[in-house]
Design a binder for this molecule. Sequence first.
Ligand code: ZN
Length: 371
Amino acid sequence: MFSTSDRRTWLKEASATLLAATLPIVAYAQDPPPNDCPDCGGLGFLPLKNRRPYFHVEGQAAPKAADAVPHRFCPKCRADRNHQELVDKQTERFKTALDAHKKWEKETNFQLTRVETRHIVVHAQMPLAECVKIGQGFENLAAHLQNLTGSMELTCTRPESYEQICLLGPEAYEHFRTVMEKLYTADERGPMWSIGRGLSAFDHTLIAFFQESLQTLKVRPPVHGVCFMGGRKQLSVATNYRAPRWLSEGFAEYSEFAALKMNLWRTIYNQNQGPKPGDWVSQVRQLAVANQLRPWVEQTGRQLEDWDVRDYLQSFGMVAFLLQSEPKKFLVYTRKLKAGVEAEKALEDAYEKSIGKLDTECVRWLAGGGK
Ligand SMILES: [Zn+2]
């Protein structure tokens, strides 16, 4: 297993997250239940028209219920429903919205600042300025995914059911682990639990948590971790946790980029170096121009213990290409994965192209700077 000195080496790099081995325990119930409507992907909801940014940081003036509504009813399959229902639902939610936050403050004995958007709550042991960035960043991500796809399918989480904990420093992180050990059984925490000790982030299915210290947050604001793990969660929900690992990692990277225009995070699978933090768009473009990307058939089968610089960059590039060049087909792809279709078949069927053809087009797209 990983030695302490190795861990320290990794932590010098710009990123450290760990995947949970546990399966999702919480099912994300759609409300109303999914149907077969093609317009909304069966959710019954579409993105808001004239969508305005919304996030709330504890201490700011109380939010208005109407501003917190995440979506509108799909006019095709929910034409009978009234928007006021959605406002009322937020009014109801607000009544108990602070309960979970108080629980985490009590369990940790930390003073935490609560940040909510339409899709997440973060309990942050961070200066106010960082909390504002967290709200703004995740809001950016949700707006981007909804505007790009015209769908709510990649932003299905809600603040009442999706939380992250953002801690200040390694000691707080270790303390939070003891809280988790008190609250959850070893089975619930899963077999990866012990490996997370000494790292700085754990994308756990029970609750994602991570730390930045006063030093690291100067170069890596915590909003990066929130968008990376929170973005990955969106894909996990959309596919019912059936996304292949390259897609899952690439989507997390893409989410961080979409929100913040910079890549500082990656999931650590081994001791290999990751890409240079910062501008991954240029780095993957250079690989495409130099024809140094791996064939997709090879890339999609790469083992995580072999992952290196190129794997992270290429996954990022593949997701950017699939999502930006044909966003509607990306949704079809996620629906097929969710339905249990084998990953390569789901990809080829959704895009109506062979994996080889997608590969060629992706190289051209990346080399051309995303055109
Ligand atoms: Zn519909």
